[in-house]
Design a protein. Structure first.
Length: 328
């Protein structure tokens, strides 16, 4: 029997029935009409995002240091001397590029999340590449942020290869539409990025339980490196995850938005970043398309303008918590 994802590749009618959308439809119907470009900096610059989140009382990783010049990079060893673990990333990076996760030290060297040992010079070179704009939107010059390394909740760490899993929630007009958990593999080098080999796992919005998983576009039920079950897992602190994601609308003013969070072992859900152009792989992870949900949320938003985050979240939980007839 062919998998659902295989049928999508063969039967366009199945794509339409499931409500699968592509980049052109996403951009033309949902992203461009609902995202005012003047608000993009609120999500494209992670330092700005962090400040806005803190002003709203949302938990974010502690900021250790910001490298703004090449001269500052030469003193990196002094700036990071007190930190055994950290995450270094570009403030205006995209697609998870340029994120360096350090989990510990071995003498004068650093240990990446994947277990690979690198030198201080390697870290300096990475910071210099960030400043040069190698990983940034449009290749423009950037700054290198160094943040606390989040200690993922134990229940989620069981299904991720060394790196911390994160939750992505896609929203339209402030209504959560679909969610997935992204877990690292050996291939993804400890990073939860699907394009780099991580696993995408669909999450039921109402219960917070994992319902479907993909790896490189193929349906899977166990982790390829850990042999742990991926389905039926309860995401810890799910209600808080959804609340924090939903508040991203008030925080940014963007109608089409993705929110990425990590569930910390002690702090609970923490906002990692927000995205004005979240990708569409979340459809594969959930085994259904976004179109039907988008249209339902859009119609509801027109009928109920100005709903607060609680009302929007309640609607989404009820409307999308279990699959509609079109998604079965």
């Amino acid at each position: 029997m062919k998998k659902w994802w295989h049928r999508w590749l063969i039967l366009p009618s199945e794509l339409k029935r499931l409500g699968v959308i592509g980049l052109n439809q996403r951009n033309g119907r949902y992203l461009l009409p609902n995202n005012n470009r003047k608000f993009y900096r609120r999500v494209d610059d992670k330092l700005v995002t962090k400040t806005l989140a803190q002003e709203m009382g949302l938990a974010v990783p502690e900021l250790y240091h910001v490298f703004q010049t090449q001269q500052a990079v030469t003193n990196l060893h002094k700036a990071l001397a007190g930190f055994d673990s950290f995450v270094m990333k570009p403030s205006r990076g995209s697609g998870g590029r340029g994120v360096l996760v350090i989990k510990g030290r071995r003498g004068a060297k650093f240990v990446k999340a994947s277990g690979v040992v690198i030198s201080e010079r390697d870290v300096e070179r990475h910071a210099a590449e960030i400043l040069g704009g190698l990983f940034s939107l449009g290749g423009s010059r950037d700054v290198a942020m160094v943040e606390a390394c989040i200690s993922s909740h134990a229940e989620l760490s069981k299904i991720s290869y060394q790196g911390a899993p994160d939750v992505r929630v896609i929203m339209l007009h402030g209504y959560p539409i679909m969610a997935m958990l992204r877990v690292a593999t050996r291939q993804s080098d400890g990073r939860a990025n699907l394009h780099q080999g991580a696993i995408g796992i669909g999450i039921d919005l109402a219960s917070g339980r994992t319902i479907h998983a993909i790896h490189h576009g193929h349906s899977v039920t166990t982790h390829p490196d850990l042999d742990t079950d991926l389905l039926g897992l309860q995401i810890p602190g799910w209600d808080q995850v959804m609340e924090m994601a939903t508040k991203g609308y008030e925080m940014t003013g963007l109608g089409y938005l993705g929110a990425d969070l990590i569930v910390d072992e002690t702090r609970g859900p923490v906002v990692i970043e927000l995205n004005a152009r979240p990708g569409l792989a979340i459809q594969l992870a959930n085994g259904t398309g976004l179109h039907h949900r988008f249209e339902k949320a859009q119609a509801h938003a027109l009928e109920h303008p100005g709903e607060d985050w609680k009302a929007r979240l309640e609607f989404s939980m009820q409307a999308f918590g279990k699959k509609t007839p079109a998604e079965v």
